[in-house]
Write a protein that binds this ligand. Structure first.
Ligand SMILES: [Zn+2]
Length: 431
């Protein structure tokens, strides 16, 4: 059993001029709140430190770092609120909404700064928006309407009852809405209890997604149609760009985005249909970024893969339970003995300690699976190895509305490519 949380945000157009006014006030006040918090940050120094771990010297912080601490005590927050209230024609809760947003902007700046991703510069808000607080909203689920307090006794009403989305969010609850100049964004949330029957761990490669599930074995998702579409669009974009044809350039930018979105959609729904009630385990991209920041500028196609990979993860997380694990060393750890190899050369991974051999593309997916099961407290067992030897080898390629799967194969996974006729998902499930 696992709880599955879903959020879908829909945009409802609105031409109420009061929204624009409110957004202008909100932004000004938000920037003032950020300024005041910024001026009250306490900076402390953190010095480089060397520690001994497993007979190795490790530098904990490589350089001297000034660490910001945000002012969080009650008296400061009260003062901040009082100052902002002096110039507030709206309901008092709007000031609280501003303070909440200001803190979340400052917190995320602080995190990025400590990771070396943001400079020591005061954050500036540019995007025009106003995030509402629950205390300013009343939701009428029967009438499918949100009432937002502007001033005491003065409201903006937004209804979703006659919109196409009404059916899709039946029984869902409404979170904090965001006001934009010409529209209102309503996040709908739901929590379901899902009975989990399987686990699949996914690794992304240039031309395929490689999955591993102890129940099925390896699952290969073909990304070649996506890659060739992207390469074609890139070529056309390059030609248009060199000739200065902006319209055509934009056309191919839009085409690439649309076709990629379409592909990702079909892929995600195909996979969730093929693998119902399954937990999908992915590598944590945030953490991976940190580990190989120096190596990020590789070639263009690799980057393309990454962007698709992020959107595939997102799409699947909208439809199924998704868990993320760190991707550290997943492409060079031996799943049998746990030894970490130094080199990453060659198509086939061979463990220097125990001699275990496996195609490198499949290695990471097994290691991601093992990380997940360790996280869950399962012992490092030999079960996955059995699955690797005997289980099916499937490929999914989305063409049309239902994914076409290649013929599943009962074979040694260290063997070559899978060959076979196309099978659709119904035929596959009948197997
Ligand atoms: Zn080994």
């Amino acid at each position: 059993m696992k709880t599955f949380k879903q959020v879908r945000t829909y945009s409802i157009p609105s031409s109420d001029p009061r929204i624009s006014e409110l957004v202008t006030w909100y932004l000004g006040t938000l920037q003032r709140a950020i300024n005041i918090i910024w001026e009250n940050i306490e900076w402390s120094y953190r010095f480089p430190r060397i520690e001994r771990r497993k007979s190795k010297q490790i530098v904990i912080i490589p350089y001297k770092l000034k660490v910001p601490e945000l002012p969080k005590d009650k008296s400061f927050k009260k003062k901040l609120r009082d100052v902002l209230l002096l110039d507030c024609p709206y309901a008092k809760h709007w000031v609280d909404a501003v303070i909440k947003t200001a803190y979340s902007i400052m917190e995320s700046w602080r995190k990025r700064y400590l990771k070396g991703r943001a400079r020591k510069v005061k954050p500036k808000v540019r995007r025009r928006f106003a995030r509402c607080k629950i205390t300013l909203m009343r939701v009428d689920y029967g009438e499918k309407r949100v009432r937002i307090t502007v001033k005491p006794g003065e409201y903006i009403k937004v209804s979703w009852s006659r919109r196409w989305l009404a059916r899709r969010v039946e029984g869902w609850w409404v979170g904090e809405v965001v006001l934009k100049d010409d529209r209102v964004l309503i996040p709908f949330k739901s929590t379901r209890i899902v009975e989990v029957r399987g686990v699949v761990a996914w690794d992304s490669n240039e031309l395929s997604l490689d999955g591993f599930s102890p129940r099925i074995g390896f699952i290969r998702v073909d990304l070649r149609p996506l890659q060739s579409m992207k390469i074609t669009c890139e070529k056309k974009k390059r030609i248009a760009h060199s000739k200065g044809l902006n319209d055509i350039y934009e056309k191919y930018v839009a085409r690439e985005r649309n076709r990629e979105g379409d592909f990702v959609n079909k892929l995600a729904s195909g996979l969730t249909r093929l693998l119902p009630n399954t937990i999908h385990v992915f590598e944590d991209l945030e953490k991976e970024d940190l580990v190989c920041r120096k190596k990020t500028s590789r070639n263009r196609r690799k980057r393309n893969v990454r962007t698709s990979w992020i959107s595939i993860q997102k799409k699947i997380s909208e439809k199924a339970v998704v868990v993320r694990v760190s991707s550290k060393n997943t492409s060079r750890t031996c799943p049998r003995c746990g030894c970490v190899a130094k080199t990453r050369v060659g198509r086939v991974y061979k463990c220097p300690k125990c001699g275990f051999e496996l195609d490198r593309q499949k290695l990471a997916s097994i290691n991601i699976y093992l990380k997940y099961s360790k996280m869950r407290g399962f012992p490092h067992s030999n079960d996955p190895e059995k699955a690797m030897k005997a289980e099916l080898w499937v490929g999914v390629t989305p063409s049309g509305w239902s994914p076409v799967t290649w013929i599943p194969m009962k074979r040694d996974p260290e063997g070559g490519e899978a060959k076979g006729r196309g099978l659709n998902s119904k035929q596959y499930q009948a197997l």
